[in-house]
Design a binder for this molecule. Structure first.
Ligand code: MN
Length: 232
């Protein structure tokens, strides 16, 4: 039997005021990076090094998307997050070197099958099926870091049908972005095209078909998605 399907094309994320997009290479996510969210998930916040999980690049979808309600869950959750887009490769970076490797920032959502994630957590199994779900990583326009400066403070908000559900400040990140990039670069050589979802504040919750989700972060374009019907 010959292979007859087309080679999958990379996902190209949109960059503000630019024709050229940002080809997505890998998606890294940080777990438990706001103390209040760690508590709501039944864990004590600490300053242990951040931990990471990964998603396929094809889970990244643009603002304006309809995110199908995935199969095998009845507890699909939003998690509003600041996303850092890597523009330069590097390994074993210090926190001060890390800034140089960040191309830009965007608003993001780490959509999660919470029931599957919690089952996995309870039984000491990997989180993949809870986290790495089709269309689960919506991403707003990437704004170059040369325009934003370091994103270490500023409001981050999650609205569901115009009601505020998450309302925090980036200065509450347990590990700021530069520290996260530094830690990640001690595990992998980071590469241009990598996206890092930096964790969500308190207030996560479920969505249903028809919900309109909006993520706002001061200084960045907002991200809007609608929850669709069952994934086909
Ligand atoms: Mn998350």
């Amino acid at each position: 039997m010959s292979v007859s399907f087309a080679v999958p094309q990379p996902v190209i994320a949109a960059v503000e005021n630019s024709e050229s997009g940002f080809p997505v290479r890998r998606v890294f996510c940080v777990g438990r990076n706001y103390a209040a969210h760690a508590r709501e998930m039944g864990r004590d916040p600490d300053r242990e090094p951040p931990f990471f999980f990964t998603k396929w690049s094809e889970t990244v979808v643009p603002s304006g998307s309809v995110v199908p309600y995935p199969q095998s869950t009845s507890d699909f959750h939003y998690e509003a997050e600041l996303v850092a887009a890597i523009g330069k490769s590097g390994r074993n970076l210090s926190t001060s070197e890390a800034h140089d490797h960040i191309f830009g920032y965007a608003t993001g959502l780490d959509m999660t099958r919470r029931d599957l994630q919690l089952e996995a957590r309870k039984s000491g199994r990997p989180w993949d099926t809870g986290k790495n779900v089709e269309a689960s990583s919506p991403l707003g326009l990437i704004k170059p870091a040369s325009e934003t400066g370091p994103m270490n403070k500023g409001a981050i908000r999650m609205l569901v049908n115009d009601e505020v559900k998450q309302d925090a400040d980036l200065d509450q990140l347990i590990w700021p972005v530069a520290d996260i990039v530094s830690f990640l670069s001690k595990l992998y050589r980071i590469e241009p095209g990598d996206l890092i979802y930096t964790g969500t504040p308190a207030g996560v919750g479920p969505v249903v078909e028809g919900d309109h989700l909006r993520v706002e972060i001061d200084g960045l374009s907002s991200l809007d998605v609608t929850i669709g019907g069952p994934a086909q």
